[in-house]
Design a binder for this molecule. Sequence first.
Ligand code: ADP
Ligand code: MG
Length: 707
Amino acid sequence: MPAPIPPADDAPPTEAAQAKPPSGPQRAMERLGLVTPMALALHLPLRYEDETRLTPVAQVRPGQVVQVDAVVRDARVEQRGRRQLVVQVQDDAGDELVLRFLHFYPSHQKSLQAGARVRLRGEVRTGMFGREMVHPAFKVVDEHTPLAASLTPVYPASAQLPQAYLRKAVAGGLQRAPLGELLPMGTVPAGLPPLRDALRFLHHPPPSASLAQLEDHTHPAWQRLKFEELLAQQLSQMQARRERALLQAPPLQPEAGGLRDQFVQVLPFALTDAQQRVVDEITADLALPQPMHRLLQGDVGSGKTVVAALAACVAMDAGWQCALMAPTEILAEQHFAKLVQWLTPLGVQVAWLSGSRKGKLRKQQLEAIASGAAKLVVGTHAVIQDDVHFQRLGLAVVDEQHRFGVAQRLELRRKLREQTATGARLEPHLLMMSATPIPRTLAMTYFADLEVSTIDELPPGRSPIVTRVFAEGRRDEVIARIRDEVTRGRQVYWVCPLVEESDAEDLTGKSMAELNNATATHAELVGSLQGIAVGLVHGRMKAAEKAEVMAAFKNNQIGVLVATTVIEVGVDVPNASLMVIDHAERFGLAQLHQLRGRVGRGEAESVCVLLYSQPLSDTGKQRLRAMAETTDGFEIARRDLELRGPGEFMGARQSGDALLRFADLQEDAPLLAQARRMAPLLLDRHPEAAREQVARWLGGKAEFLKA
Ligand code: ADP
Ligand code: MG
């Protein structure tokens, strides 16, 4: 039986009350996602207050937070520097304590009259007149008022959500949540309590519990919670992998002397060993009758495009179409140009699809795609719009896949499934590319359903990038440096600050603010760099305008390009040797690394200047330092992970929720190992329990893990 929540003025509404518009605290709870009993049961305390015992005043050490029962001897308003309520109290042993309230109301004075017995909680300090508490929490009690039976939880809350309200709601949720044991004997690590007991313990620990173990999350109750979460995640991953093994794809094999071989012949450079290795891995996958699901990761500039082109050639050799999709129009356009340059001489017709190509031109492309005349299709996500029908799609390549939101990635896969081929129930092979390398442990856990290929070597002859961190005050120096660079025939990017979401009302507001900023910076640089052509490119420009500016920059008709982050990925202008990133502290590490990768693409020594403005947080400092210290994308990813935690690192914020809330992949490696051992056993012998476990923990998120 679900226990009714006691009705009180500030109690959470019962079911009957829910028809009324939600109260402030209720709305605040909704914003925190605390809408189901389970969500409430999993809303764990940040810390605890010990209200289970009283400390005699004589035993209190200064700096200690304690609870004291005492009787008011005297209370008066005094002028000690400023007006304040000063209350003298005495505990049962006769020891005295002074309470000071700098803000107080008549109700304070009323409660704290001489003779009243009060229970105080606060930090004790040594003041001018002996031991004192400033602004203690207090309530009027009598000799029989009981102490708390368990430690008092302090929950993550918000200004509109009082702790008392939240405590009641969580206690109610804890009683109603379906927390029955799902896991068979022997699958849970020895010594860990059942989930229900673990949660009860964590919300209401007995006075004897070790606060240290609770707060550093090593307590067995915490371990159980983390194990549950890790297990659910492993189960869903393995399940996805098994499901995929049942799917069918066209086996794609290169033809001797075909496109692939011809392309290798005309390629103006030799593949690096690392490129050759990943090409072999991909080719082996493509030959199988199951869909490939492979992530190709390689640092910025490591040469992923040519690998994608080779994979496309294999598909085309086998008589199938290939689609290549990029997150921005600029990037897609570069791919298109490169692939046309490489493959048109070999007789391949490449189609181009983007949001901005409409009307007759688009119709022609769609026809070529549907008839199979266009074997290769390049574009933005316009490639997977409803009216695009492939004759038979055998391979889809998604570049910079992390730039697509999680939901977009899911949609993509659903769409691709429909696009495969005539009649047959086949799926295309999928190759995802990313320049944001994922550390191995993460790849293993988040992507148990994904094979990973890594290019760990850059093509020869790259010049290293030197990164300098400058305070905003040195802007003039930086501008002088730009002039030097352009005078020597080199080119410069100036990246405008990211406008944080909180700065603007919505996405439109955000891009407006970014635009204003870019326009202002452009005007500033035009003014201070007389005689130098300064261009501007931003997300609000029409595609054709953007393309025009990019082409002018590529041809060195523009010396300095002011840009918003539209240039973040893939842009390839080897003559650019200086990049200035304005308000670098607003960017994430991975993003800075991507941006920086736009220089250092030619022979010239390249410099990246990170301009920051004060005040800079500690994390901010560490971030910029990390950027200056290393150009290795893997190392940067590792530090990013440390600074941000895996949830955010994976872009899981987009799904509204971190994928792992409780467990930490590094700290909880032993639990993770156990979960990995148990998952296949559960799937084989207890499929129902496995299904329920995934549903309980991941619910709708299980799908996200497949994206
Ligand atoms: P990314 O991995 O960042 O997508 P690109 O595919 O854009 O990198 O490659 C960066 C540059 O390096 C391109 O100009 C590309 O033609 C060139 N490149 C790729 N592979 C090699 C190689 N093996 N040798 C020399 N240059 C290469
Ligand atoms: Mg690329």
